[in-house]
Design a protein around this ligand. Structure first.
Ligand SMILES: Nc1c(NC[C@H](O)[C@H](O)[C@H](O)CO)[nH]c(=O)[nH]c1=O
Ligand SMILES: CC(=O)[C@@H](O)COP(=O)(O)O
Length: 170
């Protein structure tokens, strides 16, 4: 059973000269898989920092592993309490190669599930699921040599929200 934690942030100033709808700050669903707690902490910190900077608000849902992320998004999109509430989604997780094929399954299916949701639901999604051989590679993508995957996912989600709004006149 996914452990649900909700952390909401309010705030964000309307950009001057925009209509109310255009100025309304995006409300984002962050779904984080906490298979590796320390990595999850940093992914979440980076994503929140980007959303805070952009004036966006967000709710956070926690699931056991990356494989559960697409399902959690689908549940949140349909649940009475959250249906229609989110402008976009940031998915965060870390999948590290083990001895078996399971790495490929978790990596590929979590990505496929998110892509399917994004395409089928015209839903802005930023994918911040690390898929790496070892923890060192993960660390290098949390503000190291290869950037910050959590920040990047939040930026991607905001960009797709802006695109959707620009094309729908919102
Ligand atoms: N090995 C990793 C997993 N595995 C667990 C799956 O994501 C899933 O929770 C399980 O198969 C039950 O459905 N998850 C990660 O996020 N990262 C891993 O490295
Ligand atoms: C990504 C995984 O599921 C993996 O870490 C599990 O390890 P193993 O393949 O050794 O069972």
């Amino acid at each position: 059973m996914a452990k649900k934690t909700t952390a909401s942030k309010t705030g964000g100033k309307a950009a001057a000269g925009k209509t109310a709808a255009q100025a309304k700050p995006p409300h984002v669903l962050i779904v984080e898989a906490r298979f590796y707690d320390a990595i999850a902490d940093e992914l979440l910190r980076g994503a929140k920092a980007v959303l805070d900077e952009a004036g966006a608000t967000y709710d956070v849902i926690t699931v056991p592993g990356a494989l559960e992320i697409p399902g959690a998004v689908a549940i949140a999109l349909e649940a009475p309490k959250t249906k229609g509430k989110f402008d976009g989604v940031v998915a965060l997780g870390c999948v590290i190669q083990g001895e078996t094929y399971h790495f490929d399954l978790v990596s590929n299916e979590s990505a496929r599930g998110l892509t399917d949701l994004s395409v089928q639901r015209a839903l802005p999604i930023g994918n911040g699921i690390l898929t790496v051989d070892n923890e060192g590679q993960a660390r290098a993508r949390l503000g190291g040599l290869h950037g910050h995957k959590g920040e990047g996912a939040a930026k991607a989600a905001l960009a797709m929200i802006a695109l959707k709004r620009s094309l729908s006149g919102k």
